[in-house]
Design a protein around this ligand. Structure first.
Ligand code: ADP
Ligand code: MG
Length: 361
């Protein structure tokens, strides 16, 4: 896909008011990237804002080429087509498989990348939506099992290829985790390019890197899931510096059939769209941790999984989790917004939204 330079220029003009600025504190570049089935917007600041923005785009495109299951020669497509045989993979996919396995464990299987055949049966892979027969769902569910995915140990000596294999008939779909991993990688890109601040919106995955040019935090609105068509309707606003905020919700991708709505987050326990009483889950975590955790990946996997698990189990996991820390904003079907204690000073309710707000500890 080609770079949307004209759009970027227009946006840069709009944002700076006077076009490209020579002032290193206010110089900025804003580009739109269509990748991973998502419209992304990356805005970088500082003297090297232009190379930083394009390096971010290159990073995302490189990951998409490896990780998309709709790109025929991607590593994921080769793995999916290998009929259970081991396939040579690169470091990114190796690391993602490793992380995906951990998040499957931590969430009791609510997050499971081997859900791919079921996601396809619902038509979410190719945008050919349909309600599958219950017998089809039942049959495909037998393929959903992360424990059948294996991968070579990481060769500490740097020798030998990295490989992975799936169980017979299995396929993987990284749609619930790859954008978070990409956001983690963007932190590295911004550092390499000495970019002091940036805002990267990869669909529902937001990276607020540094703070705003005036030193205040970035303001990131949480879409009101009850009013998805009104992009200015928020359940609340987060104030973030050096953090990820990742939102999953049934309103982001869905179709209607016979008066019923079916969305794209599938409960691996049933094979049907998750129906847990939540309308959206936002997971927030620092993008820099002393241990160098991939917290963007964590936020993405958890936003999908906790949407499946529902309020009670989500809060249980939040309470029992040790490190790296994360915080939650849960929007419920019955009109509540539940905010975890660590966001107390970083979340502002939208009183006009009609929600009842609760803070939990
Ligand atoms: P989005 O991709 O819209 O940002 P999510 O991060 O919540 O939203 O990911 C949803 C995608 O993840 C689905 O489109 C599908 O590809 C995949 N998926 C659906 N259900 C699950 C699940 N239970 N575990 C892992 N991945 C899932
Ligand atoms: Mg996700």
């Amino acid at each position: 896909m080609k770079r949307l330079t004209a759009y970027a220029l227009f946006l840069a003009l709009l944002l700076s008011g006077c076009g490209a600025s020579a002032d290193p504190d206010t110089a900025q570049e804003s580009i739109q990237v269509i990748a991973m089935d998502t419209a992304m917007l990356i805005t970088t600041y500082g003297e090297r804002s232009v190379p930083a923005a394009y390096a971010a785009e290159d990073c995302i495109r490189d990951l998409e080429a490896k990780l998309s299951r709709t790109i025929e020669d991607s590593e994921v497509s080769r793995l999916n087509a290998a009929g259970g045989e081991p396939v040579e993979i690169g470091e990114d996919l190796w690391e993602l498989l490793d992380l995906a396995r951990s998040y499957s464990d931590y969430t009791g299987g609510a997050f499971d990348i081997t859900i791919a055949p079921v996601v396809s049966a619902w038509g979410f892979t190719e945008d050919s939506f349909q309600v599958p027969f219950p017998a089809t769902v039942k049959k495909l569910l037998m393929l959903v099992d992360m424990t059948s995915v294996s991968q070579s140990p990481y060769p500490l000596t740097g020798e030998g290829p990295l490989t992975a294999s799936l169980g017979p008939g299995q396929e993987i779909d990284l749609g619930g985790i790859a954008k978070g991993y990409a956001a983690d990688k963007l932190v590295e890109v911004f550092k390499e390019h000495a970019c002091p601040r940036a805002l990267a919106q990869l669909g529902g995955n937001v990276l607020a890197y540094g703070g705003r040019p005036d030193g205040t935090p970035w303001r990131v609105g949480i879409q009101d899931p009850a009013r998805p068509d009104d992009k200015n309707a928020f359940a609340g606003v987060l104030e973030l510096t050096d953090a990820f905020a990742v939102t999953s919700g049934g309103y982001q991708r869905y179709f209607e059939q016979d008066g019923k709505t079916y969305h794209h987050i599938i409960d691996p326990a049933t094979g049907y769209p998750a129906d847990s009483g939540l309308t959206s889950v936002t997971v927030v975590a620092d993008c820099e941790t002393p241990e160098g955790y991939r917290t963007g990946t964590m936020c993405d996997a958890f936003s999908t999984a906790l949407f499946v698990m529902g309020e009670e189990k989500a809060l249980d996991l939040w309470r029992s989790w040790t490190a790296p820390a994360f915080e939650l904003v849960l929007v419920t079907e019955d009109g509540r917004v539940v905010v975890t204690g660590g966001l107390k000073d970083r979340f502002t309710p939208d009183e006009s939204s009609g929600y009842a707000y609760e803070t939990v500890s």
